[in-house]
Ligand binder design. Structure first.
Ligand code: FAD
Ligand code: SF4
Length: 509
């Protein structure tokens, strides 16, 4: 017998493992405390993972494969990968053990270690999901000075011939990012696709009964994660038909009453591999071609860039830089994350809304993650470990390979500029430009000092002042430091006093 392990984020029905039925193969899947406890996860994330795993196991069985599945309450489950594998190997009297290469460094190391000590030979297989290998990005940048995403993205466009005409980018430009920055002024947005939540509702009490400590809520909002391949494909079709036409335009917009705007909400399905990046890109491009102009080139290019560019880039960077990346703290930040990140109890409307969205839905769109919660954590000079743990726990799509570079690199600049050319920090004026949060806030977006001054403003100037040493040599910060230089010393002292009040007790604001 061969025992083949399938991890919770390896639910790729189209993997070559499954092309043939083989009664000498047993697929093994485990719901383990090892995975529910390495960080405190959102309840909807735990439920979504278990529901997707159980649906996948059932599908394999229906197709005639043999599956051994340990639920969270199975008495045979040791809740530890090593012990479960050793027990299964013994139980089956297996002659080989096989697994798919994990995307997380932690599990990769653990499986290497387990296999070294197993009494039988082991084999590792590719997951057959990504458009690049683990090392492709590292090879691509070998002779380049900086890891600028745009160059990798162009390489991927050429390699896969997406949106290319005669060797040139369709429409003449590689990137239509400048058309992706509109604000949302209101109007009708199609509601998000609502997948079948029957299984999720069944699993929820089992997770609570098992005593798994979680964050966030389950009942207050519809459960919007597709947990089967069929539902994931329907969610993708829905996006292509109803949302893609405005995706690029409002990609960076935020709105008080709109949690989803025109975002696809497919990151969970992608990250657990229910759907794969090539089929997502091809479905979106097919919809663009069929749309007779209602989906413009800037919408489709904006979307393709996220999946073909950013997602693959992030994964390659993770494998290039790990394990050192997880320790990086180049801005020397040591603060704590405010308690309100777990409750949403703050008077700052942008944070209250974005955190509440996250607690209610295990989801927030990219700009809320980057320019609200991420921006504020960085302005507070929070230790990146604290920020990582929060992001890794709260979002259903959070798997370390994608969460870590986005958080530690893109949002916290803790890698000193490996991923981003400058820190993504802003004062209240950016938030005001891209959203309607400030119009409904207790604070005055224009003021830097005084009790009702927007906290982002004093924190922003103080951050620049505090981090002169670390950011001095960054050319892209020149304009910001010029503006800082124009603030007179007395005013700057008052701004810093207010910033330090906030940093000492952010929960009071
Ligand atoms: P859309 O906005 O509809 O985008 C479509 C798809 O593009 C996404 O599903 C995703 O697969 C891909 N994509 C877009 N941006 C990125 C990116 N920067 N990195 C990788 N893929 C991208 N994404 C995760 O999948 N898991 C995470 O744990 C995660 N953590 C993040 C933490 C921070 C601080 C930030 C700033 C971003 C993070 N992202 C993460 C990236 C991005 O915010 C999410 O992929 C996106 O919000 C998912 O929602 P969606 O499916 O509606 O995406
Ligand atoms: Fe956020 Fe400041 Fe705007 Fe309030 S005024 S919503 S705190 S940016």
């Amino acid at each position: 017998m061969e025992a083949r392990l399938i991890l919770g984020d390896q639910l790729n029905e189209n993997h070559s493992w499954f092309t043939e039925l083989d009664n000498r193969v047993l697929y093994v899947m485990f719901e383990m405390r090892q995975e529910t406890e390495y960080v405190k996860h959102h309840i909807q994330k735990v439920v979504a993972f278990f529901a997707a795993m159980r649906t996948f196991a059932r599908k394999l069985e229906q197709d005639g494969h043999q599956v051994l599945y340990y639920t969270i309450d199975d008495p045979n489950n040791c809740h530890d990968l090593k012990k479960n594998i050793e027990n299964v190997v013994q139980l089956l009297d297996a002659s080989t053990f096989a697994y798919q290469l994990p995307d997380e460094y932690r599990l990769d190391q653990q499986l290497n270690e387990i296999c070294k000590n197993l009494s039988i030979p082991s084999k590792a297989y590719d997951t057959e999901h990504f458009l690049t290998t683990r090392t492709e990005l590292a090879e691509f940048y070998k002779s380049k000075k900086a890891l600028v995403m745009e160059f990798f993205y162009r390489y991927m466009r050429k390699k896969h011939q997406y949106l290319m005409v005669d060797g040139q980018p369709e429409g003449g430009s590689w990137n239509y990012d400048k058309f992706n920055r509109n604000t949302w002024k209101g109007g009708r947005i199609p509601p998000p696709y609502t997948p079948d939540a029957t299984l999720a509702k069944e699993i929820y009490p089992q997770v609570t009964a098992a005593g798994i400590e979680t964050i966030g809520t389950f009942d207050d909002n519809p459960f919007l994660f597709a947990v089967s391949r069929d539902e994931s494909l329907k969610q993708l079709d829905y996006f292509c038909e109803h949302l893609l036409q405005d995706f690029g335009t409002y990609q960076d917009a935020m709105h008080q009453d709109e949690t989803n705007l025109f975002h696809a909400r497919i990151s969970f399905s992608l990250n657990v591999k229910l759907i794969d990046p090539a089929e997502v890109i091809e479905a979106a491009i097919a919809a663009y071609r069929k749309s007779e102009g209602s989906i413009s080139l800037s919408q489709i290019e904006g979307f393709v860039r996220q999946i073909l560019g950013w997602r693959e880039y992030i994964r390659g960077l993770y494998w290039k830089e790990m394990p050192a990346y997880k320790q990086k703290n180049e801005l020397n930040n040591f603060g704590k994350l405010p308690h309100f990140y777990w409750t949403g109890n703050t008077k700052m409307n942008c944070l209250k809304t974005s955190i509440k969205n996250s607690l209610d839905n295990a989801y927030a769109h990219h700009i809320q993650r980057l320019m609200i919660t991420g921006n504020f954590a960085l302005l507070l000079q929070t230790h990146p470990d604290e920020v990582d743990d929060w992001y890794l726990g709260i979002y259903a799509d959070a798997v370390e390979w994608v969460q870590l570079p986005n958080t530690r690199g893109m949002s916290q600049y803790a890698d000193g500029g490996i991923l981003a050319t400058k820190p993504y920090v802003s004062s209240g004026s950016y938030v005001n430009k891209m959203s309607n949060y400030c119009a409904n806030c207790s604070y005055d977006k224009k003021k830097r000092t005084g009790d009702d001054a927007c906290p982002f403003n004093s924190l922003y100037w103080n951050f620049l002042d505090d981090k002169r040493e670390e950011l001095r040599s960054n050319n892209r910060m020149g304009m910001m430091y010029n503006l800082l230089g124009k603030i007179n010393p007395e005013e700057l002292a008052k701004i810093k006093e207010r910033a330090y009040q906030i940093m000492e007790n952010p929960d009071a604001f």
